[in-house]
Ligand binder design. Structure first.
Ligand code: SF4
Ligand code: SF4
Length: 414
């Protein structure tokens, strides 16, 4: 898909290393040498304009042929088109052909509701060409736009609109409702940007953060410092799960050799960078807690546990803000995602404490605290899931995605 060189480009906001950046002339350009291959930009671009270059293992996209534009030549696609179907130019200069068209004729943009203010305008276009939900959906072909098995990637996908509910149409919706004519398109074939490693990272990060939170509840319940679990086993286990979290994140990068760019070339506006700083700070506090516990400095252990609590909450919840920057994923924009992640951390942290309880001599107050952390976190998760399932969703993309998850093609996994 063509890059829209959005005025408010979410790919630039989420990019942790400024590999994607906006030039003074408005072009969203790309620096291959800074890209770590985290694929966050692919989750942020609502237009699927980014892909992973199989040679460089970095993201790539159209950069408006800046190498040509800078020497006064139009982009290659403009020059090669025999019918002048593509018109390029300076939108800020009212005398240019394109500025006059945009000012005086009816033009449309894709997904205006995403708030990206795209600078790619379509003239004389049918809505079915701009809005994928105007055409029929295909089984197994919704979220990632991969061709359904067994249709090979090189074949076309039939998006023939249907007058009436299609096989995956959620209640109350009809595909092809605009009566658009049938059309067959080439679909974009690329694997899911984030897969099992990111899913697993939620669990390992939740345990790492939740264990400190559960131990803090144990202190509140009167457990006191001193027992091995509280003094050094908990920070050790939390640290191991935190290390696992880091390993999952690093190995998920397409350029793991550049993972330190997150800290050395990081852009603070990206929640990927903020998350890396939070996880690093949490690792440092866990390390100090462990050392103080091994040394038997009980008072210092208590202080470090309370220092760890806000950082553990941040570690558990920051991903909600990262997902909030992933503008292309409407389902991830839920305002209760933060509480979902914090509740999950309490649930798995309490559970981890109970598992350790099986092998260690733990005060009764701590056992009770772990049970309540797990029950409270699980109950909160249940309430959040109930709210997500029963409340009205702000966009049709979310409604469709929820339907596909709970009653559609992904119901089995759900
Ligand atoms: S969000 Fe997508 S379309 Fe917009 S500038 Fe970024 S890559 Fe281009
Ligand atoms: S893959 Fe990550 S580092 Fe590379 S451009 Fe996209 S967001 Fe930036």
């Amino acid at each position: 898909m063509r890059c829209n060189h959005c005025t408010d480009a979410p790919c630039v906001d989420i990019c942790p290393t400024t590999a994607l950046y906006k030039r003074d002339d408005g072009i969203v350009d790309f620096d291959t040498d800074r890209c770590i291959g985290c694929k966050s930009c692919m989750q942020a671009c609502p237009y699927d304009a980014l892909y992973i270059d199989p040679g460089e293992h970095t993201a790539q996209k159209c950069n408006y042929c800046v190498h040509r534009v800078e020497v006064g030549i139009e982009p290659a696609c403009v020059v090669v088109c025999p019918e002048q179907a593509i018109i390029a130019g300076d939108l800020d200069d009212p005398t240019t052909h394109i500025a006059k068209i945009v000012a005086n004729e009816q033009v449309f943009v894709r997904s205006p509701e995403q708030g990206t203010n795209p600078n790619l305008f379509y003239k004389g276009v049918e809505q079915a060409n701009l809005d994928p939900l105007s055409a029929a959906t295909v089984v197994n072909d919704y979220i990632w736009r991969d061709p359904p098995d067994p249709v090979p990637a090189w074949m076309t996908v039939d998006l023939t609109p249907k007058n009436g509910s299609g096989p995956q149409a959620p209640p109350g919706f009809e595909y092809g409702r605009n009566g658009a004519p049938p059309r067959v398109v080439y679909n974009t074939d690329h694997p899911m940007p984030w897969g099992w490693r990111v899913s697993s990272y939620f669990l390992t990060k939740g345990i790492a953060a939740g264990l400190a939170l559960a131990v803090a509840i144990a202190l509140l319940a009167g457990a006191g410092t001193g027992p091995a679990l509280i003094n050094w086993v908990a920070p050790l286990i939390a640290g191991l799960f935190l290390a696992g979290t880091g390993a999952l994140l690093v190995t998920d990068l397409k350029r793991p050799d550049r993972f330190l760019y997150l800290l050395t070339k990081g852009r603070w506006g990206s929640w990927l960078v903020r998350g890396a700083v939070i996880l690093s700070a949490y690792a440092a506090v866990l390390g100090l807690w462990f050392l103080a516990g091994v040394a038997g400095a009980d008072d210092l252990v208590a202080v470090l546990i309370w220092i760890a609590v806000p950082i553990a909450l941040a570690a558990a919840g920051y991903t909600a803000f990262l997902f909030g920057q992933a503008e292309a994923r409407d389902l991830w924009q839920s305002p209760i995602l933060l509480w979902h992640m914090v509740a999950g951390a309490f649930a798995v942290g309490g559970g981890a404490g109970l598992v350790l309880d099986l092998f260690l001599d733990v005060p009764n107050a701590a056992t009770t605290a772990f049970i309540w952390a797990m029950i409270g976190g699980s109950a909160a998760l249940g309430l959040i899931a109930f709210a997500e399932l029963t409340t009205r969703h702000p966009t049709r993309n979310i409604t469709d995605a929820m339907h596909h998850m709970t009653r559609g093609v992904y119901a089995r996994e759900w």
